[in-house]
Design a protein around this ligand. Structure first.
Ligand code: MN
Length: 200
């Protein structure tokens, strides 16, 4: 449906804005889009051999995100949509890299639009949670918790809508160097949490 308003542009941050954002596809006319391919996930999966074998057959898209590039000011909110495609590397499900917020004390909300998966969260103090994601379920990622989504469906994308304080920033480096304490793997056909043998 059509939008109405006095502002000439749909994105006028000085006056507030509206945005046509399709929750089913994450697509809009004015979003930042990012894509992560399997080749960019080196070091994230425990089974490097399985990753190498998959890459030998060709690179593929693991996930993409489409977000509103809100100004990184404390009062603004950034939001968008993440699409995580199904698949496994060894016995580990497709997942996002995961991150802490640079401003550690900032939370985030995820709302699952479709698919089946988990949100893996952990804080620097060692508390962790893996919360199930399914269509219609909202997850609150508390301040201080790194977060990573994981798709456990054999054939359907996991699609989530997210919103967080726009100035929070992303710290990917900590996860890239330390990893997560816990991994979600498929064992006897079921999602199972194990200790990460490589956790630093
Ligand atoms: Mn975040």
């Amino acid at each position: 449906m059509k939008d109405f308003g006095s502002s000439p542009s749909p994105l006028d941050f000085g006056k507030g804005f509206t945005l046509d954002f399709d929750l089913k596809t994450g697509l809009s006319s004015s979003v930042d889009t990012g894509k992560r391919y399997l080749s960019q996930m080196r070091g994230m999966y425990q089974d490097e051999k399985a990753l190498g074998a998959l890459l030998a057959q060709g690179d593929k898209l693991v996930y993409e995100f489409h977000g509103l590039p809100a100004p990184d000011k404390p009062g603004d909110l950034a939001f968008g949509c993440s699409i995580l495609y199904p698949g496994k590397v060894g016995n580990e499900y497709h997942m996002t890299k995961g991150h802490f917020h640079t401003i550690l004390e900032t939370a985030e909300v995820y709302y699952c639009l479709s698919g089946q998966g988990y949100m893996m969260m952990e804080n620097p103090e060692g508390d962790w949670r893996a919360l199930a994601l399914e269509a219609g379920k909202a997850i609150y990622v508390p301040a201080r918790y790194a977060h990573r989504s994981i798709n456990v469906s054999p054939d359907k994308p996991l699609v989530t809508f997210f919103v967080f304080r726009a100035d929070a920033g992303h710290d990917y480096g900590s996860i890239e160097s330390k990893g997560y304490r816990k991994l979600l793997v498929e064992k006897d056909g079921q999602p199972t949490v194990i200790d990460n043998p490589r956790w630093a």
